[in-house]
Design a protein around this ligand. Structure first.
Ligand code: ATP
Length: 361
């Protein structure tokens, strides 16, 4: 089921102040895909999710789920949460500690008064799906964090919703379990083929899990795209900076060349991936640390080549992170963990034009 949000506005009033949590949000969430709302704390992700679910009342705009208009100020429509056909998984798993696993999952069917045999069969199927078959009798609290999250997922799925919404569901898990559960969740959602709307402020989670990411800032959706589009080809500086580590340098567009846009910046003249920006305009050059190749000075290098000196070098396990002074600029570069280079070494840095992203200033 697809979701369409148009012109959504939501203010909160507390302690005499008014906060604009959503500022005219337009969004199309395609059906059968994982759609992530990503942004820093306070940008309005949860508010948007809660408006879609029906737990918050917007001030203006419209929300459609599938063919149904579920909220419209203009038309005076406000479909209650339980009639919107949605499943939800929260950050706190909201597992009921006094119930066993089976009863936790069966609850949404029991409150609807479904016949016992049907409850039994559908709950067993949901538990099988999240690979918790055989755990039904176990007290819900006697499960690991990852297993409890799967119980929450099974409970959201058991009512067979057209859309499932996740609000930071993995944030209570430790880093390793979080990664495992994320992979598992992606597999589950892929198998189910339903629409999933996922809220997170964790960029790696968003990149790894999503078909589409909407980046939010101060109550607005700034950019929407696939993970690769958002990471490699962002249009806005805020998005490029938020989605990954980046060296951002002010630049002036010099000319449009054959297959590249040439700029001047603190590194000198740099050939960049083509961007339709007029000569003379101000821009920001975005260089991802993993695409800066470090070489001992004198070694051959291709692409844009600049020269500098390593100011600091930190071993971080899967890489060495070097801060390289090039004139006025201090660039962060990631290189091999077993690099022979040392702090103080004179080095060349090469950067392919395709990995020099220009952003409108
Ligand atoms: P986080 O990642 O920290 O959960 P978020 O992006 O989900 O943040 P929201 O929780 O949607 O952001 O909040 C958006 C803005 O609205 C913030 O400025 C927040 O302080 C404010 N806000 C949210 N809920 C309320 C409320 N019940 N009363 C007053 N202000 C609120």
């Amino acid at each position: 089921m697809e979701i369409r949000v148009e012109g959504l506005v939501k203010h909160y009033r507390s302690e005499g102040r008014t906060v604009k949590a959503l500022d005219r949000v337009d969004l199309h969430i395609p059906s059968r895909s994982i759609f992530t709302l990503l942004g820093p704390s306070g940008c309005g992700k949860t508010t948007l999710l809660r408006c879609i679910v029906g737990l918050e009342t917007p001030d203006e705009g419209e929300i459609r789920i599938g063919d149904q208009l579920v909220w419209s100020r203009r038309q005076g429509i406000a479909v209650p949460t339980e009639k919107r056909g949605l499943g939800m998984v929260f950050q706190s798993y909201a597992i009921w500690p006094h119930m066993n696993v089976f009863d936790n999952v069966a609850y949404p069917l029991q409150v609807r008064g479904l016949p016992r045999a049907q409850v039994q069969q559908r709950t067993a199927a949901a538990l099988r799906f999240v690979q918790l078959e055989g755990y039904g009798e176990r007290p819900a609290t006697r499960l690991s964090g990852g297993q409890q999250q799967r119980v929450a997922l099974a409970r959201a799925l058991v009512a067979e919703p057209g859309v499932i919404l996740f609000d930071e569901p993995l944030s209570n898990l430790d880093a390793k379990l979080r990664e495992e559960t994320r992979k598992e969740l992606k597999r589950f959602l892929g198998t189910l083929g339903i629409t999933a709307v996922y809220v997170t402020h964790d960029r790696v989670e968003a990149l790894a899990l999503s078909d589409t990411i909407a980046v939010m800032q101060a109550g607005r959706v700034v950019e929407v795209g696939t993970p690769r589009q958002i990471y490699f080809d962002a249009a806005h500086q805020f998005v490029a900076d938020f989605i990954g580590r980046a060296n951002l340098l002010p630049a002036i567009v010099r000319e449009q060349g054959a297959g590249s846009t040439r700029v001047d910046c603190a590194l000198g003249a740099i050939a960049c991936a083509p961007r339709a920006l007029p000569a003379g305009s101000a821009a920001t050059l975005c260089l991802r640390p993993e695409f800066l190749q470090l070489h001992a000075q004198g070694a051959s290098a291709t692409g844009n080549v600049v020269h500098g000196r390593i100011e600091s070098l930190a071993f971080v396990g899967d890489a060495c992170e070097a801060e390289v002074r090039v004139g006025q600029a201090l660039l962060l570069a990631r290189t091999d963990p077993d690099t022979p280079l040392r702090e103080g070494d004179a080095v060349s840095l090469s950067i392919e034009p395709a990995h020099c992203l220009l952003l409108a200033a």
